[in-house]
Write a protein that binds this ligand. Structure first.
Ligand SMILES: N[C@@H](CCC(=O)N[C@@H](CS)C(=O)NCC(=O)O)C(=O)O
Length: 258
């Protein structure tokens, strides 16, 4: 089964697709793409949309983390990414949908807003990637790509402040799903992979990590995604983080102005 996975380093749905392929034991070639530039390359390669993860497998092109999960389960049913029982499957699919449509964009907006404030942190996300240019050079010349990524992803200050205010409620919802057994089983399902990769990206932010540490959602993230490149030092205005401190009974780091 010949497979090529197109990713952007540090992209959380790309990490989800990588983990799916690994769980299925499918060998694949990984192609690392730079953000923004990826869009044109994917179109040239004949993919219908402009986002990663994008998978070529057995001559077919599959795009999007949820479509990839379904296709991999069809091609190689074991180990399954969805429960066999229809009622349980519906619950996992709803958590997976929410993870893709609600949580994934929040993680994406927060990270781009933070990287706009500290572009040097980009280097960590590119660790181990083959971008075709030296990583130092890519980071030094990244200002236009970061600005475009902020724009394409609507990672404005206003949106990200609202995202951070909504995040405690989202994390509580994930804790509830873990409690109910929809998420967090010993064998990760498609919703675990979808949600844990977004959470894991959020744990790379020093500003957000305390809200996840020692919580069920945070533990899920680290167990399902033990390795995730990148680390962003505290860069977000303290006033935006006030709600996060309440969630885990932790106080966010002080000492920075809003
Ligand atoms: N919801 C889609 C999201 C795909 C998506 O937006 N991917 C981002 C990276 S996380 C992307 O390709 N962005 C293009 C860019 O950064 O230029 C999925 O789960 O596959």
């Amino acid at each position: 089964m010949g497979a090529t996975l197109y990713v952007i380093p540090g992209s959380h749905p790309s990490q989800a697709a990588r983990l799916m392929l690994e769980r299925k034991g499918i060998d694949y070639r990984r192609v690392d793409l730079m953000p923004v530039i990826s869009k044109g390359i994917l179109r040239t390669l004949g993919f219908p949309a402009a986002t990663v993860p994008a998978l070529r497998i057995d001559g077919r092109r599959i795009q999007g983390s949820r479509a990839i999960a379904r296709e991999l389960d069809r091609l190689r049913p074991e180990p399954p990414l969805y429960p066999a029982d229809p009622d349980r499957r519906a619950l996992v699919e709803e958590a997976e949908r929410w993870g893709e449509e609600e949580l994934q964009p929040v993680a994406r907006r927060v990270i781009w807003n933070a990287l706009r404030r500290d572009r040097s942190a980009l280097a960590g996300f590119a660790r181990g990637a083959r971008l075709g240019v030296p990583i130092g050079l890519a980071v030094r010349t990244s200002a236009p790509l970061v600005a475009l990524s902020v724009r394409f992803n609507a990672a404005s200050d206003r949106n990200v402040r609202a995202d951070l205010a909504a995040l405690p409620g989202m994390l509580n919802r994930i804790d509830d799903w873990i409690d109910e057994g929809v998420l967090g089983s010993a064998e990760p399902n498609a919703a675990d992979l979808q949600i844990a990769t977004s959470l894991r990206l959020l744990t790379t932010l020093a500003d957000v990590r305390p809200a996840l540490e020692s919580t069920p959602a945070g533990e899920l993230a680290v167990r399902v995604v033990p390795e995730f490149p990148g680390a962003v030092p505290p860069v977000l205005p303290e006033a935006w983080l006030a709600g996060l401190g309440q969630r885990a009974g932790v106080s966010v780091s002080a000492g920075r102005g809003a």
